[in-house]
Design a protein around this ligand. Sequence first.
Ligand code: ZN
Length: 390
Amino acid sequence: MDTETEGKAAAVEEMREWCVALPKVELHAHLNGSVRNSTLLELAKHLGDKGVIVFEDVKDVIMKSDRSLPECFKLFDLFHILTTDHDTVTRIAKEVVEDFAAENVVYLEIRTTPKNNEAKGMTKRSYMDAVIKGLKAVEDVDVELFGSNFRTNETLSSKLLDGVTKKKKIYVRLLLSIDRRETTSAALDTVNLAVEMMDQGVIGIDLSGNPVVGECICNVLCRETYLPALQHAKNMGIPVTIHCGEVANRKEIQAVLDFCPQRLGHVCCLNDVEWKKLKSLMIPVEICLTSNVMTGGAPSLELHHFADLYNAKHPLSLCTDDSGLFSTSLSNEYYLVATTFGLSKFELFQLAQDAVQFVFADDVVKKSLKEVFKHAEKRLLMWDELAAPS
Ligand SMILES: [Zn+2]
């Protein structure tokens, strides 16, 4: 390796390290799509041994890091089978929080679709209880799951504040996802469950699911299906985020913009009129670069609509969507923004810090997060000065 190549490799390494060290806020992460490959492999092997799936059919897809879209859907099917078991849900939830914390994510909103499965004795409530059990089982990191005046781990937290045993701290909140394929009554059940679990870390509602389902002929029907549930959430004062424009479904995009949720995910396939409307409404956007490129929502990283929104100073936040499925991390998404669009470390820091404004948690949490960034600022921007050629 010549000196120039060595220098470039060192700069890449240094930038990657900086992006990991940057405190980050993750607002769009699906529980199932964020499973570790090693866990996925182990669980798939186990299911294979029990004859539930053919392990050889999924083994190679799990081991791959650059999966095609059909391969991703193959894994989605596997996630669906895995998450019908309470213990597996608990394990996945625990590991996902550990993995995000390891990337210096300081605030994490995890979204998941609560499932009913009579054969397995699973209800939407027991599914969510299994998720929360997983979050509480995290030991390496101090997980702040509840509101500021509902903390079970008060003694430990006080001790941590004293700096006696300083552990990393991560705020975790849950969003309950409504699947586009669900019936109105099932969607309403999910909103009511969110209301019931507001004091246990649940903080909002998401609308997601295969964007192609319901396209064309049952377009109107689908909107009629989930809109009453979203309206119910709005009436109950529960914040809503919606997957919007993953495909060019004009009627749905229009309905979503008219609904005006607190946040939107993706916004890939908007036409000029919709784009203008989004910008005038100033709805914060959850940007998922890798996911959009891999699923074809954006033609390439370079042509991703991040640049347009960023230059327009539209509120946005970088997110992973499905870090396991798309083999990415939130640190990597910041790195991609730096290398693709030329953002400086100062600009990346601002981008990460601005995301605090769009969290669904209350002002107490926002204040604490602002403190985290304030503390990190000096260290990270000094790092910048040291790294920059004078
Ligand atoms: Zn998503």
